[in-house]
Design a protein. Structure first.
Length: 276
């Protein structure tokens, strides 16, 4: 069978299974199975596809039909211009989270604490962008820390980052110029609104935070002052409807200049604050 026929077949299988953007996903999966960039498919449409590639492609199609996100199938995700390794143990990083990097990138600091690093995209992006920084990156999930360490080695910033298993601040020592986190913030009461792609393929630990989605903020925010250097800043990702609740927690924790910032889609995405 030739590549062009295969592309038609895969598109048909995906669209029968009601996968949105079936043609786009078919191109990605076929290119991945062939081991070529998507941009080269057009040059190969008349090539024959060997049997072993067709059967490995069948497995990829099966996973997509089961609603596994393309990034998890490929095992990689772009974040702040770099391609990170991801797997079933970590959140598939969202482009909205780049709003955190965008906010801090032009104010480099020496010491950073990232709470809940997952695949390490935040800690590693900062370590790659800032020359003089030292980052402590934590997670409660050892499996996630393994992925983050693998990414740090890949980008050759392992010497700038200490990875630490910790339940939020429990095993943290020292004070930091910047504390940054994208904690879990979905309420268990919202489970029915979450797509199967997210629910079945992102770890529960990375998604849910108590019945109302605020539990992680309630556990993190009261301790921020203790771990910030004077003039230190905090940047937390939030869900679009959580600005008021998170700002109230920040104000009552004794931090100042509490602000909300929006993402590129115009939704509330960050709460920031300072320790004076
Ligand atoms: C929303 S994910 C963010 C992952 C990554 N920073 C990103 O933005 O793609 C939240 C992360 O917090 C971690 N986490 C959940 N509960 C935690 C806890 N009690 N202490 C530390 N990390 C926790 C999860 O394992 C997960 O990796």
């Amino acid at each position: 069978m030739k590549v062009k026929q295969l592309l038609r077949d895969v598109t048909k299988k995906l669209s029968i299974s009601e996968i949105d953007n079936a043609a786009r996903d078919a191109r990605i999966l076929v290119a991945h199975a062939l081991g070529i960039p998507k941009s080269q498919l057009a040059l190969n449409t008349n090539e024959s596809v060997p049997e072993e590639i067709r059967s490995s492609l069948e497995r990829l199609i099966f996973r997509r039909i089961n609603r596994e996100p393309i990034a998890k199938i490929l095992g990689k995700r772009q974040f702040w211009g770099r391609t990170f390794f991801i797997n079933e143990d970590v959140l598939d990083p969202r482009s909205d989270t780049e709003t955190l990097i965008d906010y801090v990138i032009d104010r480099p600091v020496r010491s950073v604490l990232e709470l809940g690093t997952g695949s390490g995209v935040i800690a590693i992006s900062l370590a790659c962008e800032w020359k003089e920084v030292h980052v402590v990156a934590t997670d409660i999930s050892e499996a996630a820390l393994f992925v983050a360490q693998k990414n740090a080695k890949y980008f050759d910033v392992q010497d700038k980052i200490d990875f630490l298993k910790s339940d939020w601040f429990e095993d943290i020592e020292g004070k930091f110029d910047l504390i940054i986190s994208n904690p879990p913030y979905i309420g268990l009461s919202e489970v029915s609104e979450i797509s199967q792609e997210v629910l079945n393929y992102d770890p529960e630990l990375a998604l849910f935070a108590g019945s109302d989605g605020l539990e992680a903020y309630e556990r993190i925010i009261p301790y921020l002052r203790k771990f910030l250097k004077p003039k230190g800043i905090v940047v937390l990702e939030i869900g679009a409807s959580q600005s008021d609740s998170v700002k109230t927690l920040m104000n009552s924790s004794g931090l100042s200049e509490v602000n909300t910032l929006k993402d590129l889609a115009g939704k509330d995405r960050l709460v920031t604050a300072k320790f004076h």
